[in-house]
Design a binder for this molecule. Sequence first.
Ligand code: NIG
Length: 407
Amino acid sequence: MSELITNIGELMTQDREQGTRRKAAVVLEGERIAWIGDAIHAPAADTVVDAQGRAVLPGWVDSHTHLIFAGDRTAEFEARVAGESYKAGGIAVSVEATRAASDYDLTRLGLGRVAEAMSQGTTYLETKTGYGLDVEEERRSARIASTVVDEVTFLGAHLVPQGIDADAYTELVCSEMLEAVRPYVSWADVFCERGAFTPEQSRRVLTACRAAGLGLRVHGNQLGHGEGVALAVEFGAASVDHVNFLTDDDVSALAQSWSGWDGAANAGRGAGVRGTVATVLPACDLSTRAPLAPAKRLVQAGVPIAIASNANPGTSYTSSMAFCVATAVLQMGLSVHEAVRAATFGGALALGRESGEDVDGQRAVGSIAVGHRADLHMLRAPSATHLAYRPGVPLTAAVWRAGVHAV
Ligand code: NIG
């Protein structure tokens, strides 16, 4: 089955060759993009969608979320609004509620959050474990996550549970817990921060997870300056996320990590040669009243960035990538093109899904190019600029995921 989407006012492909086209058309064939060109030259197809001059973008690629949780942290949020600062200790509240929830409820809640994201244009999602924090609960979170999202990250090293020695817990993460989650996850992450895991403990986690064949990611430099970025670069992590507090050396290390990359080759997921993406989380920065991550400074230094929602019950309870893009433009100083790129191609880059077909046969996501997965987001607006020009307005008109109408 083929489908022609024609009369597209602005087609922002995020593909190097195609760029942004006006009066364009796209043909989808099954799960893939089969043709891109001018609307007047569009070929026939089995079905036709008239975009009536509206804008079409790649579906959002949300490369950082924590969707497998139960419970509510409204009280913590209210305290923060009243002036308290974010403390990672709130994670323990979600751990307690998550452990108490049934498999059925965790799955239902996870699927509901994915549906909410998809209804706003998200077509590819990563999520993390990290509200289980013992061997069986982390295994359960990883198993459930693998049934609701595209990519699962093991975050046993999210917080040291109360009453447990931090080094003993780190050892558990690196051994039994890693083995328990291994069948369900392709990535590992560590919260390298004062109050969470020290650089030395983070190093142990990254070493063990790399040896187990997982791609690496790091929560780093969120609450203060630290070694998260340096560790992520040293280990060839695919991304370092948050990055609110960066020194010039951190920015240079991130830029340097991409020096051998030609921007096209897919060197393999999590492979060090690809460099480390800096993932900024605008909604989290607003919700925690943290200094905004220096997205513009990173872009100007040549560091590829991703924008993600960081949907989680503590620091960023939103699934709206459009809100994150608007915030990145209005508060972080990115251009609309830079922000949309970071929320589509950038997310795919952070997940090693930006080009080619991977070993497991998946198509590229995050940009509109022939052969890529047909993940498209049509706006109820003539251009992507409206995402920032009309912040907070629901602008999703239609969504295709792998060629299927999702909205
Ligand atoms: O990415 N920083 C650590 N983890 C989450 C917050 C999790 C929570 O507070 O529940 C984050 O912001």
